[in-house]
Design a binder for this molecule. Structure first.
Ligand SMILES: NC(=O)CC[C@H](N)C(=O)O
Length: 304
């Protein structure tokens, strides 16, 4: 077995010296208040062991990482019908791009771009009486951690500046691919993005995707055939127009968020979460991508 702690410490030391950390997201004003030098990694092995360096226990805004968790809930509800409303192809475009949605008559390319996540949010809003409560409960249950909650300040920030999300939701509605009120779906979507979790909590939440659908308590949360497909979608679409680069450099299914978090996993082996708030020009954590490239190269563990 690789010496995981030494690998993490080596990555941490080398990258901590990197003067170029990218730009902290500012289009959601609350995210711009985060220290650009923050950096943490948490590694959760499927065998139960864990390793960490830096700010792995600091709360971060999980942002688009939440899209995988809502997808897991929606796929359970809708099964194969889900794919009539959202496609599974990489978009090759930024996460908030609208032109493809218009071109493709209101069917989002995949569930991990914003338009796709809004359709997934719509499924949950239809299915549950109290979708925000149910989503929070789902995340708390699979992580076995009742302390996880929404961040009110980030939430307000999302509401006040989410113009492209309002546009995407309205476009979906115009194409009849949003069954509930635009405001209700956006309210849910902004809540899911505002969820605040540590790298450690994120790794635990994603444990089920590395463990054939069973969470850390060994309880089945997701059918195996859905786990396989969600992992495939993370690989092909988890990093928007940088999905190819992530597969090439890192070689793991994963998902990023504009809060600077990245989660990635190797089925049956581990889940790893990284946080560094500075983003590259594609909106993915700059140091986070570099750290994961170093991790899979040094440990010699990737799906390839
Ligand atoms: N890539 C992201 O993390 C985007 C999420 C952000 N809340 C948005 O909708 O714009």
């Amino acid at each position: 077995m690789p010496d995981y702690q030494s690998i993490l410490e080596d990555i941490y030391q080398k990258l901590s010296l990197d003067p170029d950390r990218g730009e902290v997201a500012s289009y959601i004003p609350e995210l711009a208040n985060v220290d650009p030098n923050a950096f943490g990694i948490y590694l959760q092995l499927v065998n139960g062991e864990s390793y960490e360096v830096g700010l792995s226990q600091t709360h971060i805004s999980i942002q688009s990482i939440s899209k995988v968790l809502t997808l897991a809930m929606a796929i359970h509800i809708e099964g194969l019908n889900l794919w009539e409303r959202v496609d599974i192809e990489p978009s090759g475009n930024p996460f908030n791009q609208l032109s493809l949605l218009e071109l493709e008559s209101g069917i989002p390319r995949n569930p991990l771009i914003n338009a796709g996540a809004l359709v997934i949010a719509d499924v949950l809003v239809t299915h549950f009486k109290e979708p925000k409560k149910e989503f929070l409960e789902f995340v708390r249950t699979v992580t076995n951690d009742q302390s996880i909650d929404y961040d009110q300040k980030v939430l307000e920030s999302e509401f006040s500046t989410g113009f492209r999300n309002y546009a995407a939701a309205n476009l979906l509605k115009a194409y009849d691919n949003l069954h509930n009120d635009v405001e209700e779906v956006l309210d849910f979507y902004f809540h899911q993005c505002s969820l605040s979790m540590t790298c450690a909590q994120l790794a635990k939440a994603f444990y089920m995707f590395a463990n054939k659908g069973k969470d850390m308590q060994g309880i089945p949360r997701l059918k195996k055939r859905y786990v396989k497909r969600i992992n495939a979608i993370m690989l092909t679409s988890g990093f928007y127009d940088e999905a190819g680069e992530f597969a090439f450099e890192v070689g793991l299914p994963g998902k990023s968020g504009v809060g600077g978090g990245i989660i990635a996993l190797l089925p049956n082996e581990f889940v790893i979460s990284v946080w560094s708030p500075g983003l590259n020009e594609k909106g993915n954590s700059k140091l986070g991508m570099e750290a994961l490239e170093m991790f899979t190269t040094q440990s010699n563990l990737s799906i390839f």
